[in-house]
Design a protein around this ligand. Sequence first.
Ligand code: BG6
Ligand code: MG
Length: 213
Amino acid sequence: MKFDAVIFDLDGVLVHTDKFHYLAWKSIADDLGVYFDETINTRLRGVGRMDSLNILLECCDRPLSDAEKEGLAAVKNERYRRYLSLMTPADVTDEVRTGLSRIRAAGIKTAIGSVSKNAGYILEKTDLVKYIDAVSDGNNIVNSKPDPEVFLKAAGFLGIAPSRAAVVEDAVAGIEAAVRGGFFAIAVGDARNHPKADFKAQSFTEIINLALY
Ligand code: BG6
Ligand code: MG
C-alpha cells in the first residue's frame, strides 16, 4: 500500500458537476451580456464562488458593487443547485464506486477536498457519503485552492500526515495546492498538463491501483 489516505477533489473527479457549474455561470454571463465560454470556464475549476464570478467579470466593462456581486453569486448558486437537485446515484460510475470500495477495504482512508459549499449536498444526492471517511469543503476553509488549506484540513480530519497521502485533482489550482501542501499530486483531465503533477492518470482504476500497489 503506497498511501495511508487518498483525498479526492469532488467536482470533475468523482462526479461531473463541472458541466452544471458551466451552465449556471453561462446563464449569468448571458444575463449580463458578458462573453463566457468553456475555455474561460476551465479557469474556474477549483476556484471559489466569488473568485469565479470575478474571473467571469473580467469581460464586463461596467464595475459592479459588492452587493450586486453577492446577488449574482446567489442567483448562480440557485441555478446550479437546481441541476444538483436532479442528480442521482446513477451520476457516479461503477468504476468510481468499485475503486473507492477497494481502497477502503485495503485500509486506505478516503476524504473529500473540495472548495465547494455544496459538496455535502452532492455526496448525499449521489449516495457517495458511505465511501468517504472525512469531508473538507468550502464550509471549513478561509482560502481557496491553490492554497493547500482544504487538503491540509482533510488530512487533519483523518489524522494522517500529508507525506502519507495522495490528492486527486482535475484543476490546475488543485495540483498547485496539493504540491504546496506536501501531498503526492495525482492529476486527471486538464490538470495532467501541470508540470508539477507527480502522476498523470488515464483512468480512475489506474489511480486506485497506484494507491494499492
Ligand atoms: C469547485 C469547482 O469544486 O467548487 C469550482 O471546481 C467552484 O468551479 C467551487 O467555483 C465552488 O463551488 P460552490 O458549489 O461552493 O459554488
Ligand atoms: Mg475539480
